[in-house]
Write a protein that binds this ligand. Structure first.
Ligand code: PMP
Length: 414
């Protein structure tokens, strides 16, 4: 019987769910990723086991690597005060919040974190969710639906696309960072919809470039649309104090309707948040399924993120260091002749290989030399967009960056 055909026959009433799973196009996609690895003759760079806390360096298979594959941007995930605060919250409240906050009630630490984030953004309130991905999906879905329009940057994160798709609203995208195209699109279509949401990111995690926020703010006002900025990769990274793209571009807090962020990067935890006006936050706390029907943020994670936020504000030198390391990486990569695409040199710098084979081989060769970086190749991106993606953190030493670029230059010459 061909794979995937129902195997429920007269003689054999067994439902062959395994064959059905294997026949799904999604499974074919997973197989394709495996086959790509085999064809390129490289060991899989995915799901590697790290043996301790990962930051500028990490331990894999008993060996120390310079690490460019996580978002611990300010090195706060294993900072002693952050760790102590998280431990103290476990001692006090236990490990889990054990049910939704509406049911199980609040822990003061959850609201403390939300208030601190609202203060940081200069908004009336903030609400925290247990996952950054779930935040985008549930918030977009809770607020928008049929009759509405959601327009996002072509490079928007999967969670934004998913949220827009599941919401039932019309979904459109505009070319990456192209506010002119968005302006023209809204001039043509704004009148056809009740509410319109525009979603952009503070720093794009694939290319490491940023939008001209003031232009989007102007478009928001002229067309009467809601503006949402996902600060997953810009909080702690942009602005002198790390306050994100608002500080970097000098726009006002209420020029943006939904400030979205994650706790999984700079804030050394896990979860997502929306900072905005009171009616928005009230609606989300009472209606967003990902808040209402999901467990409350674990107290230890809330405490860890609050401690990380406090450290970030008290030690702006961490932000300055991250920015200096990013600039150094970009400068040295360019000087060595590498194509860094449109990266602005903040925390995320891709080195474009424009070939899946090259991306996999270079990442593999770097790994052999004690440097851990993720290759991004087809089918995750188009072949011509294949790359190595470097995440830089404040704790990288200048010598580690120089060694990485020099090693890569040697590998590329082979
Ligand atoms: N938004 C953006 C822009 C992201 O890059 C990510 C994940 N890195 C998310 C949202 C989801 O965040 P989390 O991993 O914390 O769920």
């Amino acid at each position: 019987m061909p794979k995937g055909q129902a195997s429920r026959t007269d003689g054999d009433a067994r439902w062959d769910a395994r064959a059905r799973f294997e026949a799904m196009p999604q499974y074919q996609q997973v197989s394709l990723i495996r086959q790509m690895g085999d064809a390129l003759q490289v060991e899989s760079p995915f799901f590697r086991v790290h043996e301790g806390a990962a930051g500028a360096t990490t331990r894999i298979g008993g060996r120390e690597y310079i690490n460019f594959a996580n978002y611990n941007y300010l090195g706060l995930s294993s900072d002693p005060t952050v760790v102590d605060q998280a431990k103290a919250a476990i001692d006090r409240y236990g490990v889990s919040a054990s049910a939704s906050r509406m049911v199980a009630g609040e822990r003061p630490i959850q609201r403390d974190l939300e208030r601190a984030l609202a203060d940081l953004y200069g908004t009336e309130d903030c609400v925290a969710f247990v996952s950054g991905h779930a935040t985008n999906v549930t918030v977009i879905g809770a607020l928008f639906g049929p009759g509405d329009l959601i327009v996002h940057d072509a490079l928007a994160h999967n969670s934004v696309v998913q949220g827009a798709q599941l919401s039932g609203a019309k979904r459109l995208s505009f070319a990456h960072n192209d506010w002119r195209e968005l302006d023209a699109l809204l001039a043509r279509t704004r009148g056809d919809y009740r509410n319109v949401l525009v979603v952009i990111e503070g720093l794009y995690s694939m290319d490491g470039d940023l939008p001209d926020l003031a232009r989007f703010v102007d478009i928001r006002a002229r067309h009467g649309v809601f503006l949402m900025v996902d600060e997953a990769h810009s909080l702690g990274v942009l602005g002198e104090r790390g306050l994100g793209i608002r500080e970097h571009s000098g726009v006002a807090s209420d020029d943006v309707d939904l400030w979205m962020g994650t706790m999984s990067k700079t804030l050394a935890g896990c979860g997502g948040f929306i900072a905005g006006c009171q009616p928005l936050v009230d609606m989300l706390r009472h209606l967003a399924p990902g808040f209402l029907y999901s467990v409350g943020l674990a107290p230890a994670l809330a405490a860890g993120s609050l401690a990380a936020l406090t450290r970030m504000l008290a030690e702006p030198q961490r932000v300055a260091m991250l920015q200096a390391r990013g600039r150094q990486f970009l400068r040295e990569a360019r000087a060595a002749g590498f194509d860094t695409g449109s990266s602005a040199g903040y925390a995320v710098v891709p080195i474009m290989t424009r070939s899946s084979l090259k991306a996999a081989q270079w990442a593999n060769a770097l790994f052999e030399e004690g440097i851990n970086v993720q290759p991004i190749f087809y089918p995750a991106v188009e072949e011509r967009a294949a790359r190595l993606r470097f995440f830089i953190c404040a704790m990288h030493e200048p010598a580690q960056i120089t060694r990485t670029i020099e090693t890569l230059a040697r590998i590329a010459k082979r």
